[in-house]
Design a protein around this ligand. Structure first.
Ligand code: HEM
Length: 579
């Protein structure tokens, strides 16, 4: 490794461009030999080997047709940017972001990806990401993402038009204030306890049969936990899904499943006239949506009937720990001077239900997946939990002391960002910066350019991270300078004083787990605390192993990165306490 590595161990700039061997080292926990793409076809237009075709699998008829369309329709629209041509077959059978990573190493951190008649610009550089997400944020909207989510989330924050977004963001963001988060920490603990009590009962049953271990599909368990938490935190509704099934829970999963399907399907079948009546999955989706909407409408009606109007400042000082309803809905309805109609409130709630559920479940899944492969790090986390909590409950004060566990959460988010891609569309022509190693004059893009900011690539960039594929929570403890990368400020915790978790400000957009700029996640602190508490409560009581080899946990992606067939684990009661 070049000298930069020695002077910058936190975020290292490699001068050496050959990362092919270090990307998936044999002992890397993130090497998925069975789910990694085995072969694809790339035609590189920008390299000196123009038109060299690296083919490890014969391109099929569809791919050829797609390439032809690309050349005719979109090849030259985005100027002189390096171009990767995706084969249509790249869209099937493997997560797209794996291919985006390979093309990033090949073409650089700003490249154009052409799929048939469609072209996307793929960004894997913090300087360019910062330009799009923060410095020039209002020149972009959510593009295809809004098209997909609008039928589900309406005018909720994620797909909303700019005017609605400005109005609602101003109202919703103050809802995540300090006393709310404190009350939420208590609720996270109660819900996590419900989950761990369930596991203890299963283990007791097993013990009565002479066994010491149970096998559980933990991803589903985390999904239930996250659903219960988001229901209570956002609209004070207890799904109780850790312990039971219900029509509303089924409807929520049906809707999430459809949202996911739409985000990976490349034809907007839901826009086809009469599809709601003619296509069975559309009919089911409409039925699920109605079940959820009826439930949310009931909760909104009830909140409005019991409204106690107050100014924002007063609302932020309520005794949330001792009120029956500390939810965000209560806050939104009670806010003086804001009379959101029921439809808008429902869209807000639905957006947060979807945005805050699967994302958090995924963080917990991948954190356990990584820890199970690093027993010494699991023991280190358990030792910290024993010291800070003993057999006690998690609180905000405890979270402040659980430093290693917090770093495990963010390191899991670095390796498995949720979502792995941020989607934007330019509303007007723009001049993108070249980024590190890019064209020094930058790249001009026309209005209507579709953009993927690949958080996955950024988080695993060999230019900004040392051993980018390795699970090293400790990396965040080492603060370092930018080491001469022009336009990038390096990693400096003093830029975000008091932050409990590393963020995009500290890393100057090299670490973007919650996005950045005005559209940054409103629920970031909620989610981070939730994940830290759930993990603490789990590891306080149990040792966890994967049931099979890590390679058996196949990975797929929609809005989030999750497993193909669940994450089967073995759980047993903790064998030892660590002083
Ligand atoms: C670990 C869990 C979570 C992760 C990784 C996550 C990640 C993100 C990211 C990356 C964005 C930015 C999207 C973009 O720029 O296109 C976002 C936006 C958003 N998130 Fe989260 N999120 C999480 C949990 C939550 C929770 C718990 C809530 C609500 C309680 C929430 C509500 C939202 C909303 C409303 C937006 C849209 C913000 C806006 O456009 O103004 N998220 N989230």
């Amino acid at each position: 490794m070049a000298s930069a590595a020695n002077s910058c161990p936190y975020l290292v700039v490699h001068r050496n461009n050959d990362f092919s061997s270090s990307r998936f080292p044999s002992n890397s926990t993130t090497s998925f030999s069975n789910s990694k793409p085995k072969g694809f076809s790339i035609r590189c237009q920008s390299s000196t080997n123009t038109d060299e075709t690296k083919t490890t699998k014969p391109t099929n008829l569809l791919d050829n047709a797609s390439n032809l369309l690309t050349n005719f329709l979109s090849g030259g629209k985005i100027g002189s940017m390096p171009t990767a041509e995706g084969a249509v077959s790249d869209l099937f059978g493997k997560p797209l972001f794996f291919s985006l990573y390979d093309w990033f190493l090949e073409h650089g951190s700003v490249y154009k990806l052409a799929f048939g008649p469609k072209a996307f610009v793929v960004i894997s550089d913090p300087i360019v990401a910062r330009h799009i997400l923060r410095e020039n944020a209002f020149s972009y909207d959510k593009g295809v993402l809004a098209d997909i989510l609008e039928p589900i989330m309406g005018k909720g924050l994620i797909p909303a038009d700019l005017d609605t977004w400005k109005l609602r963001r101003r109202v919703i963001a103050p809802g995540f204030h300090a006393l709310y988060l404190e009350a939420m920490a208590k609720m996270f603990t109660d819900c996590s306890l419900r989950m761990t009590t369930k596991f203890e009962k299963l283990l007791d049953l097993e013990a009565s049969r002479g066994g010491t271990k149970i096998e559980l599909e933990l991803e589903s368990e985390f999904s239930s936990l996250a659903l219960d938490i988001i229901g209570l935190g956002v609209f004070n509704y207890d799904f109780g899904s850790v312990t039971k099934e219900s029509p509303i829970i089924k409807a929520v999963y049906g809707t999430l499943f459809e949202a996911e399907h739409r985000s990976t399907f490349y034809v907007p079948y839901w826009k086809i006239p009469l599809a709601n009546w003619l296509v069975p999955r559309q009919r089911k989706f409409q039925t699920d949506l109605k079940v959820i909407n009826d439930c949310l409408d009931g909760l909104i009606r009830n909140a409005k009937e019991t409204r106690e109007e107050a100014d924002v400042e007063k609302l932020q000082q309520r005794d949330y720990l001792n009120t029956k309803d500390a939810s965000l809905l209560r806050f939104l309805v009670d806010m003086r001077g804001i009379d959101a109609d029921d439809r808008q409130l429902r869209d807000d709630l639905m957006t947060m239900l979807i945005a805050g559920h699967e994302t958090t479940a995924a963080v917990l899944t991948w954190a356990v997946f990584l820890l199970a492969q690093h027993p010494s790090k699991m023991r280190k986390a358990q030792a910290e939990i024993d010291t800070v909590l003993g057999q006690g409950r998690t609180t905000i004060e405890a979270i402040k002391k659980l430093e290693y566990l917090r770093l495990i959460v963010v390191e899991s988010l670095r390796l498995y960002p949720q979502p792995p891609l941020l989607i934007r569309r330019s509303l007007k022509p723009d001049q993108l910066p070249g980024g590190y190693r890019g064209n020094k004059d930058g790249y001009s893009i026309p209005a209507g350019t579709d953009i993927f900011v690949s958080v996955y690539n950024l988080h695993r960039s060999p230019y900004f991270w040392d051993n980018p594929d390795d699970f090293e929570p400790e990396r965040f403890q080492r603060q370092k300078a930018s080491d001469g990368i022009e336009g990038w400020a390096g990693f400096d915790p003093s830029r975000s004083p008091g932050a409990l978790y590393p963020n995009e400000i500290i890393s100057d957009f090299a670490f973007l787990p919650f996005g950045g700029g005005p559209r940054k996640c409103v629920g970031d602190q909620f989610a981070l605390m939730e994940s830290t508490i759930a993990l603490a409560m789990l590891l306080q009581k149990f040792d966890v192993n994967l049931k099979g080899p890590p390679e058996s946990v196949e990975l797929v992606t929609g809005a989030t990165i999750h497993t193909k067939n669940g994450m089967w684990c073995q759980l047993q009661k903790r064998q030892s306490n660590y002083p």
